[in-house]
Ligand binder design. Structure first.
Ligand SMILES: [Zn+2]
Length: 384
């Protein structure tokens, strides 16, 4: 296998250590966060990605309001409120890690939100589940309401869990567990593996879309479970719908096929194109490489044969070409993100939209603010 793993911690000759390593890494993560903010603020992340970000913020605002009794205190032990606190915090942690360029770790936090949203869905389907859950010890809670049990219970009610088995196992595989695919997971075009935070437009899009898919239904479940007023329920379903409107059909379950073409093929083509079209530039790289090697004392022209010198220069120039191409392609990724957002299809979104429409209908039909059991709000929707 090629030596394809890189790090931010190398500083000249000495490899960083101690608190210097930690601070250097966090400084770099802050820079990636600043870059991400800048790209969001200057509309350089396509059309939908910034909208998802904005709508996630709106959604978190509403969930935080519920979690902190801003719409009135139910005086019922703050059970749902406290669960929503954990949901909000996990979402915020995922966003923080995403902005720092730690995308797999962001997906690990996203897995926490996934477990919570399915649990809330089950509580919505039958509130007796919530009462039962509250009476159990944490050990029994895990036995009776572990992620798999919750998913099966939802399916037994004839519903599709927000987080399906497929999505959940991907979140585990990429975000949590160590597996052969996950240790080589890379969102980069050239499959580079980076130790430490590293900006990747692909990683950003996958995290945001996966979060959107989980947060949107959570708004509706939260409203139902705290028996939000008609007006607040409308606000929640509208926010949920807004999030689903901008969400693209890219998540952990399907991104591989979506990204594969973007990766190795593109870098090969781009390198070939450069070799053919801009030969003078390639020659320039050769000169640069030669001068660098001389300066670094790595090219002893007295001792090495002409063949060995040529080989060393070609190797260094080749790496430079690859590095330049990779940089160019990452810039082009910004265009790619825009196109991907524009043209990505919306099958999964449609199935979740169905749920929201039903909830809206229900609100319009309900004369009082009492919420009936959610199976009326939450009709089965097509699976794709
Ligand atoms: Zn309260």
């Amino acid at each position: 296998m090629d030596d394809n793993t890189d790090t931010n911690a190398a500083s000249g000759e000495a490899f960083l250590k101690g608190k210097d390593l930690i601070r250097n890494e966090q400084l770099l993560e802050d820079e990636i966060t600043a870059l991400t903010d800048y790209l969001f603020d200057t509309s350089q992340l396509g059309i939908y990605t910034p909208q998802i970000y904005e709508q996630l913020g709106n959604s978190l605002s509403l969930l935080t309001q519920i979690a902190t009794c801003q719409w009135g205190c139910r005086n019922s032990g703050h059970d749902i409120e406290a669960i929503l606190r954990r949901f909000c915090n996990a979402t915020l942690a995922a966003l923080r890690l995403m902005n720092a360029g730690l995308y797999e770790e962001a997906l690990g936090q996203t897995r926490n939100t996934a477990e919570i949203v399915n649990l809330l869905e089950l509580f919505c389907l039958n509130k007796s589940n919530l009462e039962e859950w509250k009476k159990l010890s944490s050990k029994e809670q895990w036995k009776r309401f572990g992620p798999v049990k919750v998913r099966l219970a939802i399916e037994n009610c004839g519903e599709q869990p927000v987080v399906t088995e497929n999505l959940y196992s991907k979140l585990c595989e990429i975000g949590i567990h160590i597996s052969l695919p996950s240790i080589y997971q890379s969102y980069e075009i050239n499959r580079a593996l980076i130790v430490g935070g590293h900006f990747s437009i692909q990683g950003l899009i996958i995290v945001l879309n996966t979060l959107a898919q989980i947060v949107a239904p959570c708004l509706v479940f939260a409203g139902v479970l705290v028996e939000a007023s008609k007006e607040n329920m409308r606000m929640l379903t509208e926010a949920s719908q807004s999030l689903l409107n901008v969400k693209r059909d890219i998540d952990l379950t399907n991104y591989e096929s979506f990204l594969t073409e973007q990766k190795v093929q593109r870098i090969h083509e781009a390198v070939n194109e450069k070799l053919l079209k801009s030969w003078p530039k390639v020659q320039e790289l050769g000169d640069e490489a030669y001068n660098e090697l001389i300066q670094e004392g790595k090219l002893d022209t007295d001792k090495l044969s002409e063949q060995e010198i040529r080989q060393a220069v070609i190797e260094r120039a080749g790496n430079k070409l690859l590095e330049n191409t990779r940089r160019d392609l990452q810039n082009k990724d910004l265009e790619w993100a825009e196109n991907a957002s524009k043209f990505a299809f919306e099958r999964k979104v449609a199935s979740l939209m169905h749920m929201i429409e039903k909830a809206n209908e229900q609100i319009q039909n309900t004369q009082n603010s009492d919420h009936e059991s959610v199976d009326k709000l939450y009709q089965p929707h097509e699976t794709n």
